[in-house]
Design a protein around this ligand. Structure first.
Ligand code: CA
Length: 226
């Protein structure tokens, strides 16, 4: 995890850097807004800790600039100003969280951990295979960036196949997963075939690369590489 600290108070910046490094994060410091912006635009970070009152370019303008450049790295604002309008301006400009100075370093670390956890949760909410993407929070399905509409059952089957990507999933386990085990599983496994057929029409037809594979006598599998 790489963290950028943009803070002009040198001793504070270095204390933050040290505590982050002691927690095994990689940390870099920029002491003014302009060099912070340059780093944010040219290098990749998992999180930016950003002071508001900075020489050359203030934190809010820096933040607006990186969001304009479509950089979505989470930003935790650090500022001595405890004025409500600054918080609003910061959040409006695209900050993810806010910490008012003076703060205790353990509090900063707790915020950092929570922001990084939030990002990794958002990251893992998208399952993919090839150019197929499934967002498990919104249930949006896209292939090659184009949205695909699925029924609830089709979605459940696809999500289950993706959770088991590159592994064969039996028709029985798909049936159990989607309909529960209160049904006649023989009938349900035939339902699985019907739904897979429909799913293929939506996902794989007209595509060169077929993602859903039949493993004869066993079940189905979704693979990254056809
Ligand atoms: Ca400052």
């Amino acid at each position: 995890m790489r963290i950028l600290i943009v803070e002009d108070e040198e001793s504070l910046a270095l204390r933050i850097k040290n505590v982050l490094e002691s927690e095994k994060y990689q940390a870099e410091v920029a002491f003014d807004g302009e060099s912070g912006l340059e780093k944010a635009l040219t290098e990749e970070y998992d999180l930016i800790l950003l002071d508001i009152l900075l020489p050359r370019l203030n934190g809010i303008d820096l933040l607006k600039e990186i969001r304009r450049e479509k950089i979505s790295t989470p930003v935790l604002l650090l500022t001595a100003k405890d004025r409500i309008e600054d918080k609003v301006a910061g959040l409006d400009a695209g900050a993810d969280d806010y910490l008012t100075k003076p703060f205790a370093l353990p509090e900063l670390l707790a915020r950092v951990r929570s922001l990084l956890r939030r990002i990794s949760e958002v990251k893992t909410s998208v399952l993919s295979a090839g150019d197929l993407e499934v967002n498990t929070h919104t249930h949006e399905v896209k292939r090659g960036g184009k949205p695909i509409n699925l029924t609830t059952k089709e979605y459940a089957i696809l999500e289950f196949l993706l959770y088991n990507k590159n592994r064969v999933v039996s028709r029985l386990s798909i049936a159990e997963h989607v309909w529960g085990d209160n049904f006649d599983l023989f009938t349900m496994t035939n339902f699985v075939d019907v739904h897979i057929k429909n799913l293929r029409k939506k996902i794989d037809d007209d595509r060169e690369k077929k993602l859903i594979q039949t493993v004869r006598g066993v079940g189905y599998m979704i693979k990254d590489e056809a």
